[in-house]
Design a protein around this ligand. Sequence first.
Ligand code: NAP
Length: 246
Amino acid sequence: MDKKIALVTGASRGIGEAIALELSRNNIFVVGTATSDIGVKKIQEMLQVDTKGVGAGLILNANNNESIETLIKNIEETYGDIDILVNNAGITKDTLLMKMKEEDWNEVIDTNLKSVFKLSQSVIRKMLKKKYGRIINISSVVGHSGNAGQTNYTASKAGISGFTKSLAQEVGSRGITVNCVAPGFIDTDMTNSLSEDHKTQLLSKIPLGRLGKPHDIAQAVAFLVSDKAGYITGETLHINGGMLMI
Ligand code: NAP
């Protein structure tokens, strides 16, 4: 294939959907993942209709090693080696620490953090060989600020930040960059469940006065995977409307 190949996890909705579309518009062949056949069909249709057939949808359960191995094998055999990995899939299971069940801790850490380790490890050998690669990990503003009720989620996102810096140091000499994009509060299914009161409270802390759109995040990812960002690695690009200035 003459195009670069990108794997975007969790591309059926929200931020991942916007990233998949943006990358495919930028002449990249995108494989997007979902956890269900309905989600896969949605991705297939989105990429076919909007960008005239420059991508594919496949199943991934990010907290299952076998699912990750099957996905990577399938992509490599069908399309070729992955040049760009966007670790976007993520979940929340919010509650105060006192009430948090160990299974909810494990599920969030496995889905959000362990998957970043497994997926990165699955693609890195081929990238090292090619002396080219881009890995973008979607972290979160709350991985930097903390957030009551999200000890599991914030631990997973802060973990991604440390992982990114370490891997960037390991593979930089081989033309591979590894960066984070840390969204603030973005208008997706993940934030739809917030009460109106909570949203009003949040908006009062955002200098730009609005929640972010998935497109705001997709633009940053498109930049970081482009040649324009070839000298940026181990960084976090914060996109939060000014909510947290680091
Ligand atoms: P979303 O709308 O809830 O979408 C989540 C995506 O992840 C879906 O495509 C979903 O697939 C996929 N997914 C869920 N569980 C999975 C699993 N076990 N294995 C593989 N894929 C799975 O979320 P979003 O708001 O777009 O968030 C995307 C990323 O941005 C996440 O990492 C999130 O933590 C981060 N983020 C979001 C915000 C925000 O305000 N929205 C802020 C900071 C960071 P299905 O459709 O098949 O379920």
